[in-house]
Write a protein that binds this ligand. Sequence first.
Ligand SMILES: *Cc1c(COP(=O)(O)O)cnc(C)c1O
Length: 435
Amino acid sequence: MDPKTVSECLGIQTDGHLTIGGCDTVRLAKEYGTPLYVMDETTIRNALRSFRTSMEQHYPNGFSVSFASKACSFKEMYRIVNEEQCTADVVSLGEMYTALQAGFPAEKLYFHGNNKTAYDLETAIGYGVGHYVVDNRSELLRLSRIAAMHQAQVKVLLRITPGIDAHTHDFVKTGQIDSKFGFTLETGEALQAVGEALSLPNLTLCGVHCHIGSQIFDEKPFAHAADVMLRFMAQIRDTYGVTLEELDLGGGFGIRYTDADEPLPYGEYMALVSDTLHKTAKELNYPMPRIVIEPGRSIVASAGITLYEIGHVKHIPGIRTYVNVDGGMADNPRYALYRADYTVIVANKADMAPTETVTIAGRCCESGDLIQEHTSLQPCEEGDILAVLATGAYNYSMASHYNRLPNPPVVMIRNGKARLVVKGESYKDLCRNDI
Ligand SMILES: *Cc1c(COP(=O)(O)O)cnc(C)c1O
């Protein structure tokens, strides 16, 4: 198997070792220990740039690429995103604080989330956060009250649930009517909320937002959502006489985890959405809004891998073979959560054919602590290094301390050189808040 089919930054060197960004993964595992997250900076920057280039081409009058930082949140990520002239989405004070600690400008942050507390909003106003993506009426009134108290004028987008089924895993769908997120379009709730937002003096309503789900492979739901949202903006104009200027279409672009995934080329998605928007704008005589997109997974997933050391290999004749690794659901809960697909490879035998069918098991005290089941792998034994590919998104950011496991370090590769960007936690770190 050619690991390049999963990510351009991967390769196999002459001794059969897997490489990332030109670095030998087996040496990285020795140097930094396992489990280890490794990310290729060039891949991240290229992804951000290609979205920007494409947006520039389709929306010359204004756009923003906003990295959905919940996919991967640590200081160095925000520095890279800022250097690449992108904005960032945050969904918590923790993400916000991390961004600000990295020198990310508060005015370039979009604050998301379906239950922002009064404390969250007060803190964000204190920081000078640029945009609030308001999810519901309670939040709208809460934000208005707090902004008035602080004599602040805050920019608001309303999150709309456009009633679109994105054909993806149930847990990562967010556009359909049955969703905890957003103001519902079909029931009239959304239009009414716009009227209310327009009447609140400390809020400046800039536009509307939708996000229909994640790991989506079909460009049609995106185009459909864009069309529905722009029609809604025209309806707002016709109802309230206000032409909103910003349309945020969210993220959700799929990536290749295994050979079975056929992600749509992002250029095609961008072209179809842009065509749809331009046609609809013309039909409705609506000026093209500033378009915002919020890619998360598609910026970082393919840039990352996780390295583990293989422990006991347990053959159960006629049943299956478990390959135990020194990490698992604590550093990558995605299989346990979603039955997520991954490609796995023995990093020190990457040039061998994957002739075995195995289940990769983690070290937590849960039978569900698996990374992948019935997956093909090179023959392996205790002491080998296992690489799980495309773990750059929703792995480090979803890590837990279950079984009191410290979070692994993150190493970033640039120009063939590795540097630590997040230290691994120590046992002392684990106890630092215990009294
Ligand atoms: C999660 C999320 C995104 C990013 O989704 P990806 O699938 O990682 O691209 C964008 N916008 C919002 C509001 C989100 O919740």
